[in-house]
Design a protein. Structure first.
Lengths: 189, 919
């Protein structure tokens, strides 16, 4: 994903310098790219989440409105989480594009912040510009936890794919959060 | 070698061995390949074969074998009986390798310059050599053989000449009448020799002339260039040996441009008879050779030489200049005059026509004579400085220069407005549909304008009084005044005028610059006096006043027009001169719609665009996914060439969901509201959204109900228990809906699926929970639908079920009406059997439920989520259940049929997205 509004796919095996395919459907810079087994999910600043399905050969473009900062698949691959610059996370049904959930409370207006789903798809997390990491209950949509990690903007966020383990980067420090050592970071179970 | 040494002493053997070793070592260093084993390989590494002397001979097959590298492959026998007719004849090229066709092969195919177009420099050298050879050769005719061999060459010039009607042997130039040109033998000229008998002079030209009509013209006789080669041989004078063109009767021989044809005319005449023989074999014939043994005709070998062939009079041989190619200046002078008058009568090339008029001679106009008192010295007028105080000075200056005398009339004429002119002429005021702008203004504005006007008028008057000039009335308002006025008018409007990309004076860059400065300063709010400095100081005050006014007007115009116009036009997407443009076949449609959809939080169908997208083949491979479009070579979004201005570029297929009328929406909304005042959840959407959602779902369900029409037998009134409250909806409305639905067609299938499938999931999950209902799948399915729709509490559901079973009999009774309904929906499926038994009815339902179950097995992914949701749902249902108490009473009385059933369906399906949201 690049700021020139294209997603380029290179072939790592052939070591060719030119991409094998350029996805240039976006009208603005690509802020986030995620891959599943057969899909390419892109979030663009033009306010669209595009999902390229290689298996069916389809491009699904969901209009969100405000610039997308981050997208991710749910673990079951049925939903798409999109964070946008209107301080909102939206959970969309992958197949229909319907809005399944909306999560607000954090602040995301200028930076490109990450959003995550936890390892069991029970919670939705997102970094915030107020130095917290927010977690919502996926189903309820209620704020489950706001994790204070620093003063500045939480730049990056990553959740362990299988363990309840969170990696947070903020202001030159990277912190790892585990439930047993520290707070139950957004994992009520 | 070793074997040779083996018979000798061991010492020898040893030596030989060492020698062998040395040899092998030497081999490794370099082993000279014997000449016969040296091979030449071509670019592809194949051995080059030498066939013949150079590359001659065809190299066929693979390494001079048949077939290919893999060997000879037998081709399956194909009967050529059918296509015997169109069997192609194979030429030698078909058996050639590609290198044979290359530049240095035996049959080069490359384009090379032919001799016709090759540079003539080389030719000239050849010619010279040929000439020399011809001269030097013991038999002077030898060079002729070269001509025989040489290919035919017709230069472009000759070809052009031929097209214009020139023929060989003719001279070049306009056709002339022969008679005047022909010089009759002067009577004064003495004729020597004996006079010819009249009979003898058969070919006499004089005689021929007599038969010529007046209007027949002839080509000029060919000019024979003078042969300047010195005579070095001992042949007789004029002896030419063998003339190749005459000797060879083939076409090639005739096609040669023979410059000497005039000279050889005689010989050709001599051989005239021979020339006529057609189909003659190529051979050399002629006087010198006699008649060959192979030639059949040997008559007239010894052509009779007539005296007419010889000149009997010593005179200028040729009419005309008689220069024989000499270009003496004196002669040309005399020739020039007739040349001007001549008209070309020859054939004119296609596409050209003779000019009817000779080009007119360039007229030369004499320079105007200067007045006597003219002095070539320039006087500069004193530059007028700007400012009001200079007004008088300027006036004085103008008067002094005498300008004022003539100018005011002109000025005033131009400066007068229509009203002023009318005033002067005493015409009545125009009464027409041209109401003043003032009428549109509000009272306040009018007053304000009046004030402004009065103020400016007063100023004007003051100025006029101060100037005390009779002309001042007709003068345009002085620059300050105008500027002031305009300033007032424009006011702050200009302040927010856009950047000066509006160029009213683009033609006059200086003026444009001045204008830009003017506007800039006007924006800053500078005074009129200061504004003046942007005007050209070299101009007169009047001009400046005008220009200022012009600028102001332009600025105002710009403000008015540019903003309004700019809003209406967008930058061109495509080049103007291209007719067709590549348009992505599917374009993400209007964002505005989506914006509103997003605002209403109606994600899903409205915000989604589905396109066909072709992944790269390699990408598919790397993703370990089968290529979805194995046949297409397109990568990315498929594009189509379209006419740029095609209507179809601007047509977007209206989404069926949006075509639902507001009226129905509202009605459904009402009914929905009546049905279920919900507990507000986090994901609850705004009313508007609900409305739309419902409309969508309503729509789908309508279609679905039709589709299901044949599957679902007429509904027993018990069904109404579910849809009881929806009874408030009058049936005519539903009919209306149907009509609309039919008009707009069915929504796309995926929309169906999206809602239908998910709702079935919901149902299935709920049915799982309610284990008792699973035993009666048919009813439970219905029930689950109704429970969701009407939020019947679990406890009451059993009651309802009972009522359902109880009401099956009335269902049968209601058959007639349902049949009518079926007739209406006939187009969607086969007709149902006329009579239904209740048992059969149940069977149908069973089948349907099974279908659903199968589907639900496929869809177990989301279950862990849904289980949670279910609990919530039940809570909600309980809350809502209160409203459903009245249901049972109603359903008994209700006799609505399919239509209401479809409505109930709509509600169940319509709910599904919302329920999804509720998760």
């Amino acid at each position: 994903g690049s700021i020139d509004s294209t997603v380029r796919c290179w072939d790592c095996r052939s070591r060719r310098p030119d991409p094998i395919q350029v996805l240039d459907e976006a009208k603005d810079g690509i802020s986030s790219v995620k891959l599943s087994a057969h899909e390419i999910l892109t979030g663009s600043v033009d306010g669209r989440v595009r999902r390229y399905d290689l298996r069916t050969g389809q491009l699904c473009s969901d209009y969100i409105g405000s610039p997308i900062t981050s997208v991710c698949f749910s673990k079951d691959g049925q939903c798409v989480l999109a964070a946008s610059l209107d301080s909102t996370l939206r959970l969309l049904d992958k197949d229909t594009g319907e809005l399944l959930g909306e999560y607000t409370g954090h602040r995301s207006t200028t930076y490109r912040l990450d959003c995550v789903l936890n390892e069991q798809d029970t919670h939705v997390g997102c970094a915030s510009e107020d130095g917290h990491v927010y977690f919502w209950d996926l189903v309820e949509g209620s704020l489950a936890l706001s994790l204070p990690v620093g003063q500045g903007v939480v730049q990056s966020l990553a959740f362990h794919p299988r363990l309840p383990c969170l990696l947070v980067a903020t202001q030159g420090q990277v912190t790892l959060w585990r439930e047993d050592t520290f707070q139950p970071e957004g994992d009520p179970d | 070698m070793a074997s040779g040494g083996s018979g000798k002493s061991p010492f020898h053997v040893k030596l030989c061995l060492t020698l062998l070793v040395y040899l092998t070592v030497g081999e490794r260093i370099k082993k000279p390949v014997p000449l016969q084993e040296q091979t030449v390989k071509d670019a592809k590494g194949r051995y080059q074969r030498f066939h013949g002397a150079f590359t001659g001979g065809f190299s066929a097959g693979y390494f001079n074998t048949v077939g290919t590298k893999e060997g000879w492959t037998p081709s399956a026998f194909v009967s050529s009986r059918q296509k015997r007719a169109d069997r192609t004849i194979l030429g030698p090229e078909d058996f050639m390798d590609e290198e044979d066709l290359s530049e240095f092969g035996i049959a080069p195919k490359d384009i090379t310059t032919t001799d016709d177009f090759a540079s003539k420099a080389k030719d000239r050298i050849k010619e010279k050599a040929r000439l020399i050879a011809g001269v030097v050769a013991p038999i002077p005719g030898t060079t002729a053989f070269e001509d025989l061999i040489g290919p035919s060459k017709i230069t472009v010039g000759v070809e052009l000449l031929r097209k214009m009607g020139w023929k060989e042997g003719q001279g070049i130039g306009p056709r002339v009448k022969r008679k005047p040109c022909r010089q009759k033998p002067d009577p004064t000229v003495k004729i020597y020799g004996c006079a010819l008998p009249p009979g003898l002079s058969e070919g006499s030209e004089d005689e021929e002339d007599e038969y010529q009509p007046e209007n027949v013209t002839f080509a000029p006789k060919d000019v024979m260039p003078v042969d300047l080669t010195p005579k070095e041989n001992v042949h007789g004078l004029g002896y030419k040996g063998l003339d190749p063109s005459q000797a060879l009767f083939g076409a090639s021989g005739r096609e040669h441009l023979n410059l000497f044809s005039g000279g050889s005319e005689e010989s050709s005449n001599l051989l005239g008879d021979l020339r006529h023989s057609k189909g003659r074999k190529l051979g050399i014939t002629g006087q010198a050779f006699g008649v060959g043994a192979l030639e059949e005709e040997d008559d007239d070998i010894y052509a009779t030489d007539t005296l007419s062939k010889y000149d009997t009079v010593l005179k200028d041989e040729e009419p005309g200049d008689g220069l024989y190619g000499w270009t003496a200046p004196k002669q040309y002078k005399s020739k020039k005059r007739p040349e001007r008058e001549f008209k070309y009568i020859g054939k004119i090339l296609d596409g050209f026509s003779l000019a009817s008029k000779s080009s007119a001679p360039i007229k030369i106009y004499p320079a105007p004579s200067l007045p006597r008192n003219y002095r070539p010295v320039h006087y500069f007028c004193p530059v007028l400085t700007a400012g009001s105080e200079s007004c008088h000075l300027q006036r004085a200056l103008e008067e002094s220069t005498g300008r004022l005398g003539s100018d005011p009339a002109q000025q005033s004429r131009r400066a007068l407005s229509a009203a002023q002119r009318r005033e002067q002429l005493g015409e009545p005021e125009l009464k027409g549909p041209a109401p003043s702008i003032l009428e549109y203004l509000s009272e306040k504005d009018r007053e304000r304008l009046k004030e402004v006007k009065q103020a400016s008028e007063q100023q004007m008057k003051a100025k006029i009084v101060s100037q005390k000039s009779p002309n001042s009335r007709f003068q345009p308002a002085s620059p300050e005044d105008a500027a002031h006025k305009w300033e007032m008018l424009l006011g702050g409007q200009l302040a927010n005028a856009g950047s000066s990309d509006f160029k009213p004076f683009a033609k006059n860059p200086e003026k444009q610059k001045r204008y830009e400065n003017f506007v800039k300063s006007l924006k800053k709010g500078e005074k009129a006096q200061t504004l003046e400095r942007f005007l050209d100081p070299a101009m007169t005050e009047w001009e400046r006043g005008r220009e200022q006014e012009e600028f102001c007007r332009a600025a105002l115009l710009y403000r008015a027009s540019s903003s309004t116009l700019a809003a209406r036009f967008t930058r061109a997407k495509y080049e103007d001169d291209v007719d067709k443009v590549e348009v992505p076949r599917d374009q993400e449609n209007d964002i505005d719609d989506k914006e509103t959809a997003v605002k209403m939080k109606m994600f899903g169908k409205l915000t989604r665009d589905n396109f066909e997208w072709h992944p790269d083949k390699l990408l598919c491979k790397r993703f370990n996914v089968r290529d979805p479009y194995p046949d297409s070579s397109v990568v990315g979004l498929p594009k189509v060439k379209r006419d740029k201005y095609s209507v179809f570029n601007f047509l977007t297929v209206p989404e069926p969901t949006t075509s639902v009328t507001q009226a129905t929406n509202e009605k459904i909304q009402q009914s929905n509201n009546l049905n279920k005042p919900k507990k507000p959840s986090r994901w609850d959407v705004s009313d508007k959204e609900k409305e739309k959602k419902d409309s969508i779902s309503e729509f789908i369900s309508l279609a679905r109900s039709k589709a299901d029409g044949q599957q679902q037998p007429p509904v027993p009134p018990a069904e109404e228990s579910g849809a009881g409250p929806s009874e408030t909806l009058p049936t005519p409305v539903t009919n209306e809906d149907k009509n609309q639905e039919e008009e707009s067609g069915r929504p796309p299938m995926d929309l169906f699926k999206a809602i239908f499938v998910s709702s079935s999931d919901e149902k299935s999950s709920s049915s799982e929970e309610e284990s008792d209902e699973e035993q009666q799948p048919a009813i439970s399915e219905r029930e689950s639908g109704t429970t969701k729709q009407a939020d019947v509490p679990d406890s009451s559901s059993s009651n309802v079920r009972e009522s359902v079973t109880a009401a099956t009999d009335p269902g049968i009774s209601s058959l007639p009406t349902s049949k009518q309904e079926l007739d209406a929906t006939e187009e969607f499926g086969p007709k149902l059997p006329p009579a239904f038994s209740s048992g059969r009815f149940c069977e149908h339902r069973d089948r349907k439920e099974k279908h659903r179950k199968i589907r639900e097995r496929h869809k177990t992914k989301k279950e862990h989520k849904r289980k949670k949701e279910k609990k919530k749902k039940h809570k909600k249902q309980k809350n809502k259940g209160k409203h459903k108490n009245k249901k049972p009473e109603k359903d008994s009385s209700s006799d609505t049929t399919d239509s209401s059933d479809s409505l109930s369906d709509t509600d169940t399906t319509g709910l599904s997205p919302r329920e999804l949201l509720r998760r």
